[in-house]
Design a binder for this molecule. Structure first.
Ligand SMILES: NC(=O)c1ccc[n+]([C@@H]2O[C@H](COP(=O)([O-])OP(=O)(O)OC[C@H]3O[C@@H](n4cnc5c(N)ncnc54)[C@H](O)[C@@H]3O)[C@@H](O)[C@H]2O)c1
Ligand SMILES: O=C(O)[C@H](O)COP(=O)(O)O
Length: 398
């Protein structure tokens, strides 16, 4: 990453508590101002951003975490705002909590501890009471049971591999598994050909997919009807993956013995046999540092060099930054955009040193490095000329 001086201090706004170690990444070129009406970049965790209006200086939003359903990604794309997330940075934290709760739930630990804490400590023979009461909390062991893992990305793959080490049988389902994850996944994780197959064979089901139109409500009366009686379901992904009405009924009927969710709400708290966790999946010191540092570095790199890594809406693009002026343009993915940008540059008697053009769906991103020294009025004039090309969403000269 470069250390360069920017033309003006860049305003950074945070919408949630962001780890100090992440904020330290922003050097003297930056000012953290959480009251800023028009920041250059925003760092966010779960803050719901759909109702916000964005100022014209906003160039980047970084989600210090995985899920981006709290961010209006489509609106950002249309306005030329790059959205980043931090893939894998909190995966270990979630994995540890998933495995912890599989065992804690199966051993009735939450109920047992609550019962013990409620005992009257003035009672004379407390230990007798404990020994007599413990039979209510006899549990089962995870070893030898089948865990179904839906979504074998950063979290799902870690959960699947480590559950094998606990002696569980693991079956996984992920029709879009990445090559990297597939390489890291133990070959002892069995592959379910369909999600129904996973539903039918699992004693525990844990879900690790993003919330999208396709995954919303994937746990419903239809899926519950396929599951083993007494299955335990863990949801550390998003509450909306589960149809609450159907889950409530499945818990009442005992089809689902336990619903462990990181996303309690008023309906969930009324359900029988629910274990509500206050969205603690990623809440560890290590994970908060990892996410914040990664998010801040991605913003800094983008603002200083235009390079993009881990965007969820722009194509990833990278060109070694030499310190020469760079024209970084986000535009529609249509013919002759690069040709028109090159003509605009040569109309100022400037020569191109290097360039990269990457597309993603309907949009593309082009960075063009200029060989000559570019000073004075040329910069705003060139910026204006490029921004006037039809199909250009935003352009910056860095
Ligand atoms: N509780 C928490 O604190 C916490 C923390 C991190 C992430 N999350 C949630 O967990 C989700 C997953 O996180 P991750 O880091 O593993 O993301 P990831 O992108 O690494 O993995 C997601 C996986 O889901 C797969 N997938 C997508 N649609 C699918 C479908 N219909 N069926 C099966 N698989 C499908 C993808 O192919 C991918 O492999 C996030 O989107 C977020 O919502 C929650
Ligand atoms: O998607 C995520 O990364 C998690 O839900 C974590 O959310 P948090 O950063 O608000 O803890």
């Amino acid at each position: 990453m470069s250390t360069i001086t920017l033309d003006k201090k860049q305003m950074i706004k945070t919408l949630n508590n962001i780890s100090e170690n992440g904020l330290k990444v922003f050097d003297d070129n930056y000012q953290i101002d959480n009251n800023s009406e028009n920041p250059d970049a925003i760092v966010v965790r779960s803050f719901h951003m759909h109702d916000l209006t964005f100022g014209d200086e906003l160039k980047a939003i970084a989600r210090a975490g995985a899920g981006v359903n709290n961010i209006p990604v489509e609106k950002c794309t249309e306005q030329g705002i790059v959205v980043f997330n931090t893939p894998g940075a909190n995966a270990n934290a979630v994995k540890e909590l998933v495995l912890t709760t599989i065992m804690a739930s199966s051993r009735n630990l939450f109920d047992g501890v609550a019962w013990a804490k409620a005992l009257d400590n003035e009672t004379e023979d407390l230990s007798k009471l404990v020994e007599a009461g413990k039979k209510q909390f006899v549990g089962t062991e995870a070893k030898g049971k089948t865990l179904g893992v839906i979504g074998l990305g950063a979290i799902g793959a870690l959960v699947a591999n480590d559950a094998l080490n606990l002696g569980m049988d693991v079956i996984g389902f992920d029709p879009f598994i990445s090559v990297d994850t597939a390489w890291n996944l133990s070959r002892n994780v069995k592959r379910a050909a369909t999600i129904d197959e996973l539903f039918q064979h699992s004693d525990y089901i844990t879900v690790h997919v993003p919330l999208t139109d396709d995954t919303k409500g994937m746990f419903n009366s239809g899926s519950f009807s396929l599951m083993k009686q007494g299955v335990q379901i863990l949801n550390f992904s998003r509450g909306e993956l589960v149809n609450e009405k159907d889950m409530s009924q499945a818990l009442e009927e005992g089809t689902v013995a336990r619903y462990i969710t990181d996303f309690p709400n008023a309906n969930v708290l009324k359900m029988k046999n629910v274990i509500p966790i206050p969205h603690l999946g990623a809440s560890t010191k290590e994970s908060e540092d990892n996410c914040a540092v990664m998010a801040a570095r991605q913003i800094k790199d983008y603002l200083e060099t235009g390079n993009i890594k881990n965007s969820v809406n722009f194509p990833n693009a990278s060109l070694p930054y030499t310190g020469k002026k760079r024209v970084a343009t986000f535009h529609q993915n249509v013919p002759n955009m690069v040709g028109q940008m090159s003509s605009a540059i040569s109309s100022f008697d400037l020569n191109i040193a290097d360039m990269v053009n990457r597309s993603r769906g309907e949009y593309a991103y082009t960075m063009i490095d200029i060989e000559n020294d570019v000073n004075g009025d040329i910069i705003p004039n060139l910026e204006r000329k490029i921004s006037q090309i039809e199909g250009v969403v935003t352009t910056r000269i860095i």
